[in-house]
Design a protein around this ligand. Sequence first.
Ligand SMILES: [Zn+2]
Length: 99
Amino acid sequence: MAEIQVRDCPLCGNPASCLSIGRGHLKRFVCAACTDFVISKGAEKRLADDRSGSIQMADIARRAPQGFMLEITLPVPRSTPWLRTRWISKPQPSKEGEG
Ligand SMILES: [Zn+2]
């Protein structure tokens, strides 16, 4: 089952809740500073070497419309220097007492 861990937020570096989703390929973060967002492993790795990119993504994540959150993934082709972002619907809170 999904397990919530506390990790450093890949966007701002503050402690954030992290949950693996999408067969472990994606991670959902809930950060007090950056709100909710989803990031792929590849995108997280790329941002680890790109401080200004992280700041930019944090800024975008904070502008999520009501009920949506930012998804950050690697672009196609992967040599493209920027990351792919889109708004995705926030999953409905489960009735099993999540969070
Ligand atoms: Zn953050």
